[in-house]
Write a protein that binds this ligand. Structure first.
Ligand code: FES
Length: 69
């Protein structure tokens, strides 16, 4: 199923990319998700979190980069 129509990015693309290291913003950004109309962002983040969830619970990844102070 396509998540991002502007860039032809599928659910599987996001699931595979979620195995990469880095925060969601960075991983999804590398795919090009949300770089045009942005209509896909909500679903893309849900898909990312669904795939990454078990790793997040184990503390292996961050969803968003830590704020710089
Ligand atoms: S649907 Fe993803 S940027 Fe437009």
């Amino acid at each position: 199923m396509y998540i991002c129509l502007c860039h032809a990015i599928t659910e599987k693309d996001i699931q595979e990319a979620s195995m990469d290291k880095g925060p969601a913003q960075e991983v999804l950004g590398r795919l090009g998700v949300g770089k045009d109309c942005g209509a896909c962002l909500s679903q893309a983040i849900k898909t990312y979190l669904k795939q990454k969830g078990p790793l997040l619970q184990k503390g292996h990844a961050r969803v968003f980069p830590a704020k710089q102070r």
